[in-house]
Ligand binder design. Structure first.
Ligand code: CTP
Length: 400
């Protein structure tokens, strides 16, 4: 087996701050980056210092804040070059319309713009501006130029703005910038692939107000959808009832019952390269769901159940089946039960775990089962595990 590719390193970044009201959020972003173990060197434009004091960023980053091209403190007066040589990336947040225009033109008239022009590391920008400034054709032209130059855009978001107007152009939140940065750093192992996932529980109606469901939180399936999107795949996530937020860039289809889930999967599976069944699909559904609410009586009530469709087995049995990955949550004899399931459903890969280890938990410990045998993985949080599973799936995909 080949080694698992790792993400781009994120040990040290230069955080550029330009003049915009969202500059105050750069303080929180600095705190989050430092908490993540990333060394941060802050460079501010003169305009940015009108919105937030350099001392705030200095205290949070633990490093001197640089604001001036002419007093950058570098012994050889090459601070604008030296800074990016030690950085894994430059992140500019907030990035004003003016900064973006300067980048499109390649201007270098202050420390931050000179540093960006002289950089030999990637540049990511989180735009911030009024909706009219953002939608202005000049800005859109500039943004298109930045993208063409390989500069990564983090946002902007949409919503109420400091000026009172509503629309696109607000800087995304510091947590989203950090998540975007980490996502960007992931290896693009599934670029060009279309991935379909199921996640969460299903809910099988007994009557209009009652039903049969299970304890699945959807965390593992949503983490995998996020990891697949980070790895460059086009992702469709068919989700049972769950409160999980939709990961960035993932197309989500909400369903309720096993039958709804089977139908949703059926309508998109043909166009997919990979199918990952993480959902805890009900194996049985009430044989005769009542249209009206059941009334209580003194008599015992027997609920007749009928089997549901096995969505994963049906997909794996298709003539041109995508690469199918199953999950098995077992309470006992985990590997034996799971391997039997893998063979029964004819799956190239199955992720086995103990039901009590995964249901509702933030971490999980799994064993991968494939034709070569059992491969245990260490215990880790579900997002780290999801990224590892993406790497495991990517290296098992049939070469096309
Ligand atoms: N699965 C599915 N459709 C179903 C039942 C299960 O797609 N109706 C998928 C799950 O998403 C999971 C795998 O099949 O990837 C294993 O599910 P599980 O319920 O553990 O397996 P079953 O075949 O139902 O076996 P059992 O309940 O007897 O353990």
């Amino acid at each position: 087996m080949t080694t698992i590719p790792t993400a781009r390193p994120l040990r040290r970044i230069v955080l550029g701050i330009t003049g915009g009201i969202a500059a105050y959020k750069a303080a929180e972003l600095t705190r989050l980056l430092v908490k993540e173990g990333i060394a941060v060197e802050v460079v501010m434009t003169p305009a940015a210092t009108q919105f937030i004091a350099p001392m705030t960023l200095q205290a949070l980053s633990g490093n001197p804040v640089l604001t001036d091209l002419w007093h950058s403190g570098a012994a050889n007066a090459m601070g604008h070059i030296d800074l990016s040589r030690h950085a894994d990336a430059i992140v500019v947040a907030p990035a004003s319309a003016d900064f973006i225009a300067k980048r499109a033109q390649g201007h270098a008239d202050d420390l931050l713009s000179t540093l960006c022009l002289a950089r030999n590391c990637p540049l990511l920008v989180a735009p911030t501006m009024n909706v009219q400034m953002w939608t202005n054709p000049a800005t859109q032209r500039n943004v298109a130029q930045l993208k063409a130059d390989g500069i990564e855009m983090l946002g902007p978001g949409s919503g109420g703005q400091a000026c009172g107007e509503v629309g696109d152009g607000r800087m995304i939140e510091p947590e989203e910038i950090l998540a975007g940065l980490i996502a960007w750093a992931q290896p693009k192992l599934l670029a060009g692939k279309r991935v379909l996932l199921t996640a969460g529980p299903t809910f099988e109606a007994i009557d209009p107000v009652r039903g049969v469901t299970n304890l699945s939180s959807g965390k593992m399936g949503f983490a995998l959808a996020q990891a697949c999107a980070e790895a460059g795949a086009a992702v469709t996530l068919v989700a049972g009832p769950t409160a999980q937020p939709t990961p960035a860039g993932v197309m989500r289809v909400d369903v309720r019952s096993a039958a709804d889930m089977a139908e949703a999967v059926d309508s998109v599976v043909k166009a997919c390269d990979i199918f990952i069944a993480v959902a805890a699909v009900a194996d049985y559904t009430p044989a005769d769901a009542q249209a009206k609410k059941l009334k209580k009586s003194a008599q015992p009530l027997t609920l007749a159940l009928k089997p549901t469709v096995d969505i994963l087995a049906a997909v794996a049995a298709r003539p041109k089946a995508p690469y199918c990955v199953g999950f098995a949550a077992e309470t006992n004899d985990v590997n034996e039960n799971a391997e039997a399931k893998r063979r029964r459903k004819k799956l190239p890969l199955l992720v086995a775990n103990r039901a009590q280890d995964t249901l509702g938990q933030d971490e999980n410990e799994v064993t991968l089962l494939d034709d070569a045998g059992a491969h245990p993985l260490p215990r880790m949080d579900k997002l780290a595990l999801a990224r590892r599973l993406v790497a495991e799936i990517a290296q098992r995909l049939p070469r096309t």
